[in-house]
Design a protein around this ligand. Structure first.
Ligand code: ADP
Length: 158
């Protein structure tokens, strides 16, 4: 069965990767879709984010794609029936619930499936790792080495 995992991945963290590992066991055709979301101002360019995703997922049976625009447009263009998302705390639920209902209005054939975070990653977000990196904190528990390197480089330049 085919499914996609859309997100900004700015940058990808072990929280995302945990979801990807688990979801790709459930779905044999699994694609991470890097959404170029204009609402958020990303720290990393699409090319940088794509590079980090590909490096971090090396050796895994997962496809990677990019999309600029709405999720429902990608879903329609690629005939996707299932999209997965990760859930951490209550805040995620509210946001995801709103998004899911809006997406259902636009694309009733799309089913969203949610994977609960591992408790270890309950408080882990891309924003958190950016903040840690900004102040030179320890990152190796939260992101793969390739992402840590890119974060260090980015904050040295800023
Ligand atoms: P978006 O901007 O689309 O929310 P993100 O890259 O921030 O993109 O997140 C993509 C998805 O991954 C979301 O469903 C988010 O809740 C989930 N996610 C992010 N961090 C974690 C984590 N630590 N554990 C589980 N799910 C997570």
């Amino acid at each position: 069965m085919r499914a996609i995992y859309p997100g900004s991945f700015d940058p990808i963290t072990y929280g995302h990767i945990d979801i990807i590992k688990r979801a790709s066991k459930v779905f044999d055709d699994f694609t991470v879709v890097l959404m170029n979301n204009l609402r958020k101002k990303p720290l990393f360019s699409v090319e940088e984010r794509l590079y980090m995703i590909k490096e971090s997922l090396k050796g895994m049976n997962v496809n990677v794609d990019i999309h600029e625009g709405l999720l429902v447009q990608y879903v329609e263009q690629n005939n996707v029936k299932i999209a997965i998302r990760g859930l951490r705390a209550v805040g995620d639920f509210e946001y995801e619930f709103e998004m899911a209902l809006a997406n259902r209005e636009m694309c009733p054939s799309l089913e969203m499936i949610y994977f609960m975070t591992d408790i270890k990653y309950l408080f882990l977000s891309s924003s958190m790792v950016k903040e840690i990196a900004q102040f030179g904190g320890e990152l190796k528990e939260w992101v793969p080495p390739v992402v840590e390197k890119k974060l260090r480089e980015k904050f040295q330049k800023l």
